[in-house]
Design a protein around this ligand. Structure first.
Ligand code: ARG
Length: 424
């Protein structure tokens, strides 16, 4: 859809911030839409964001829909825990929220008979791709005014001034903030320079932990899903909210990183995500107890693929459901409890228990002579003799070749010394 040829109603992903406020006006004046409806999707943003969105919508004379998608989002976050999901160390808060938001907006748009859906994302970030991969599965036109008209924040500010648009900026406007249940992201301003050390006040969820006494928290998992904190069964949303405040008080879950965006741009990101850090740490600790070594090794690859697709906003890809079949199968046994210690900005597992533990205390113990089932310590002698045999052999052959010796018939000599015996 090109500017000035559109008609009908367009549903806009609406936060009440500068980008989306400017978009309301542009969608009418530049694109020609008769009506704009704003859709604000609740994925756990703070209350003031909704108040701001509501006030702005009212001031703009825009009909606003608020859709509560917290449960769906919390579901996806806990699914991400089963896949130990992070992208380059970032637990994917924004990335996981986008498909949930996009679907909710599309539903409203279709219900309201809109002819198009629109977002206020730039052409540089990931979110445009995440929204549109959902929306382009529909018949509706997809409009991205900021990207299509090549807008900058400076231009938007001037335009808003000129048009008298209500743009207070609830977060002080200095940074670009994205908050949901799973993480709070802080971008922009002086933080764009990777060498700038952030002021502590960019963080709102994580406190300076100095002087705070350590705390133990027990997380209960059922088939890989967190269901209780310190023995209290909690709903998914509540569980995440509680851990955000409990672990945030210990300064847990800050990430300051360089992130490789989908389009190849590197960006400096600051995140806070206390609950995500606690749950990911605890879940991985329980997997360490109940999965076999080879399952853990293979699952690390599955988890990485899952995380990559989640970063791309493609949690509905067929690959993802195939990966989830593996994740769910292995996680059938991830039932039990993990206690983590929250202390000085760190969270580490200090205890784990499960009826599915692949663990024999007597087999691994220093205090028992035999291993188990008739296996004695002496049985390891043969294994120890063989262990590394091929590496020793290869290294010896390389050494011999370097010395310029004939390797062709020197093989048996190399074999003998690599084996540590005179005969093979
Ligand atoms: N870079 C992150 C992502 O693509 C988060 C971006 C959050 N946006 C913001 N305005 N702070 O998932």
């Amino acid at each position: 859809m090109t500017p000035e040829t559109a008609s009908g109603t367009v549903a806009l992903a609406f936060s009440g911030g500068l980008d989306t406020t400017v978009c309301v006006s542009l969608l009418k004046e530049e694109y020609g839409y008769d009506e704009v409806v704003g859709v604000t999707v609740d994925v756990g943003q703070p209350d003031y964001e909704f108040e701001e969105a509501e006030e702005t919508a009212e001031a703009l004379g825009v009909e606003q829909y608020v859709v509560d998608a917290k449960e769906d989002f919390a579901d996806l976050c806990l699914k991400a825990v089963k896949a130990n999901a992070d992208y380059q160390g970032y637990p994917l808060g924004t990335a996981l929220a986008r498909p949930v938001i996009a679907k909710a907006i599309l539903e409203v748009a279709e219900q309201e008979g809109c002819s198009a859906v629109a977002h206020g994302c730039t052409g540089k970030g990931n979110d445009q791709l995440r929204f549109e991969s959902v929306w382009r599965d529909s018949e509706l036109d997809v409009i991205a005014p900021v990207r299509e008209l090549g807008l900058t924040r400076e231009w938007e500010n001037e335009y808003a001034q000129e048009k008298g648009l209500p743009v207070e900026g609830g977060d002080g406007g200095r940074y670009s903030i994205d908050t949901n249940l799973w993480s709070r992201s802080i971008e922009g301003s002086e933080l764009e320079d990777p060498s700038t050390i952030p002021e502590d006040d960019i963080y709102k969820w994580t406190e300076n932990p100095s002087g705070k006494e350590a705390e133990l928290v027990e997380i209960t998992f059922e088939q890989g899903e967190a269901v209780a904190v310190d023995g209290d069964d909690l709903g998914k949303v509540e569980l995440i909210e509680q851990l955000n405040s409990q672990a945030g008080a210990h300064g847990i879950g800050r990430t300051d990183m360089m992130e490789d965006r989908m389009l190849g741009l590197k960006v400096r990101e600051n995140y806070e995500h206390p609950a995500a850090t606690v749950l990911l740490t605890a879940h991985e600790a329980l997997e360490g107890l109940v999965l076999t070594q080879e399952e853990r090794a293979f699952k690390a690859q599955v988890d990485q693929e899952w995380s990559q697709k989640a970063y791309e906003g493609l949690v509905d890809a067929p690959l993802v459901s195939a990966l989830e079949a593996f994740v769910d199968d292995t996680n059938e046994r991830v039932t039990g409890t993990v206690t983590v210690k929250l202390e000085g900005g760190h969270c580490r597992p200090v205890s784990r228990e499960s009826e599915y533990a692949v663990y024999s205390e007597s087999a691994a113990s220093f205090d028992e002579e035999d291993v188990t089932g008739g296996i004695t310590q002496q049985d390891a002698t043969g294994v120890a003799k063989y262990h590394g045999f091929q590496s020793r052999l290869a290294n010896r052959i390389l050494e011999d070749a370097k010395k310029g010796e004939a390797v062709a018939d020197g093989g048996s000599e190399a074999t003998d010394s690599a084996n540590g015996e005179s005969e093979d």
